[in-house]
Design a protein around this ligand. Structure first.
Ligand SMILES: Cc1ncc(COP(=O)(O)O)c(C=O)c1O
Length: 511
């Protein structure tokens, strides 16, 4: 590149030359996309840019529809119109190079929408929770070594390394890796001697509650706070009875519970406190990473999670004796050869899963960066659409930005959440209703506690209004632009679409 660099940074004039824009435009973009783009400052106060920021600027330019360049894998090529040929800039490595460009179809007019007979915007389905995958070569190398050494499972070296790395990342004394989070929950519940009743939100994935009922413990559903979406501490206090032995808080969508208040309640009433942190690896509460709170916290490394081991989970705790107990329980209760001292299960993580986890951990910052980029694009592009609110992250905390959750106000949007989900589905955008219909409305709880909903007004309203949109490393800003365009178009033409939905409903009734 024929640009001059200052300690590896580019100056304003060089960035403008590369992007073929004026300094005025650069300044404007920086203001518009300030969360996304923060230049460094030289000692003299001049703005300086690294390759990462230039990559982002190129994405902005791309999204703003200037097509002088193309993005290929981790390399960005700028095609100059000045006749001086092609220039290239090396950007930060993308652990998933060679992604093919998906076919996307623009939706300019409302009658282009697939629900009205148009061609779907995306050729292939765009799922929520497409896996984030780290460096494939490094994973495959480790996989080959596992096979060569014939050490496939039973607390192998990679599982131990994965546990140590997660513990170091979070700043917790013990991490015990498991085959999935559901089994981790079951083990932790049993190890903590929970019995009788346990207070739990209904606004969660069904596994949180199944883990209790599986062990004949009665879940007592508690409502969530309408602003934080996690257990409402005042409701928790109201649900405590003489049979209560514990509380399970869920850091829903990576948003931490009111940890201080729940710890205080647990201390006061002498209850055990567990956190289902399935969504919350690498998120913080008051500056401390989740994994350090309560008696123990449970992570999920399922394929759809921020960081995955194909399937996997872990129990994190600072309690030495609890850690020792769950380790035994994870391995059938064996304390030594032929020596079983507890009832246990087979909750072990295997070596291949741990290798995937270690590889994923190496790309953790890349996953956060991409998720943050996607989040800022959604925020920008959904902004101002009536009745559509992107649920924000608390920017003062560390977030993994893995869940893009949108709340739909049907009065203002003119369409309800289910209509938008159906409409997006026709475009091959598989938005999800996490967590519809609420665990209390699923079996066996629906039959066991038919009136539970009467005491869960916030949960009942939320499950009808929220939808989760695709993000992660498999989602490109261009996908987000198109998804937002579809939602904007749908809301703008909600009247025409309502006619279509009424017609579809009538046809369904006749059929
Ligand atoms: C809140 C919550 N808890 C528990 C689980 C169960 O995790 P796993 O699939 O690893 O068993 C999930 C999985 O999606 C979840 O979302």
């Amino acid at each position: 590149m024929d640009t001059s660099r200052e300690n590896g940074f580019l100056k304003v004039k060089d960035v403008c030359a590369i992007l073929n824009i004026t300094p005025h435009t650069l300044r404007y973009w920086e203001k518009e996309f300030s969360e996304f783009l923060r230049p460094h400052r030289s000692t003299g106060g001049h703005r300086l840019y690294d390759d990462h920021q230039i990559r982002r600027l190129l994405e902005i330019k791309h999204l703003l529809k200037d097509r002088y360049f193309s993005i290929k894998g981790a390399k960005i090529y700028l095609q100059h119109d000045s006749g001086r040929g092609r220039r290239s800039i090396q950007s930060s490595p993308d652990p998933e190079p060679n992604k093919s460009t998906p076919i996307r179809r623009e939706k300019q007019r409302w009658y282009d929408l697939a629900i009205l007979g148009g061609v779907p915007a995306f050729e292939k389905p765009l799922h929520v929770g497409m896996p984030n995958i780290g460096d494939q070569d490094r994973f495959l190398k480790q996989a080959a070594e596992i096979l060569q050494q014939r050490r496939l499972t039973n607390n192998g070296p990679l599982v131990q390394r994965f546990e140590e790395e997660i513990a170091r990342l979070i700043g917790v004394k013990h991490v015990v890796a498991t085959c999935n989070a559901t089994v981790a929950l079951e083990i932790a519940i049993r190890a903590l001697d929970l019995s009788g009743e346990v207070i739990v939100p209904s606004m969660t994935f069904v596994a949180t509650v199944h883990a209790l009922w599986w062990q004949q413990i009665q879940p007592v559903f508690c409502d969530v706070n309408p602003h934080t979406y996690t257990l409402d501490p005042s409701c928790v206090v109201r649900k405590i009875t003489s049979r209560t032995t514990g509380i399970i808080g869920v850091h829903l969508w990576g948003r931490p519970c009111a940890v201080d208040a729940l710890e205080e309640i647990a201390r006061h009433y002498r209850l055990k406190l567990l956190f289902d942190a399935a969504h919350a690896l690498y998120t913080s509460y008051k500056g401390r990473l989740v994994g350090q709170f309560g008696d123990a916290e449970i992570f999920s490394f399922h394929a759809t999670k921020f960081l995955n081991t194909f399937e996997g989970g872990a129990i994190a705790t600072n309690d030495d004796s609890l850690a020792a107990k769950v380790r035994l329980m994870r391995n059938f209760g064996f304390a030594g050869k032929d020596h079983v001292i507890y009832i246990g299960t087979n909750g072990k993580m295997n070596e291949m899963a741990a290798a995937m986890g270690i590889t994923s951990l190496e790309s953790l910052q890349h996953f956060v960066d991409i998720n943050y980029r996607n989040y800022t694009w959604y925020r920008k592009l959904l902004d101002g659409i009536p009745g559509i609110r992107l649920i924000p992250y608390d920017e003062r905390e560390i977030n993994n930005y893995q869940y893009i959750v949108v709340e739909v106000d049907p009065e203002r949007a003119g369409l309800n959440r289910d209509q938008l989900v159906a409409l997006l589905e026709r475009e091959n955008v598989l938005a999800r209703r996490y967590f519809y219909p609420g665990v209390h409305r699923m079996e066996p709880y629906r039959t066991l506690f038919p009136d539970a909903g009467l005491q869960l007004p916030v949960t009942e309203a939320l499950v009808e209004r929220v939808m989760t949109l695709p993000t992660g490393t498999a989602v490109h800003p261009e996908d987000i632009r198109l998804i937002a365009q579809i939602i904007r178009l749908a809301v703008r033409h909600s009247k025409q679409l309502t006619v279509k939905f009424n017609q579809l409903n009538a046809e369904k009734m006749i059929a």
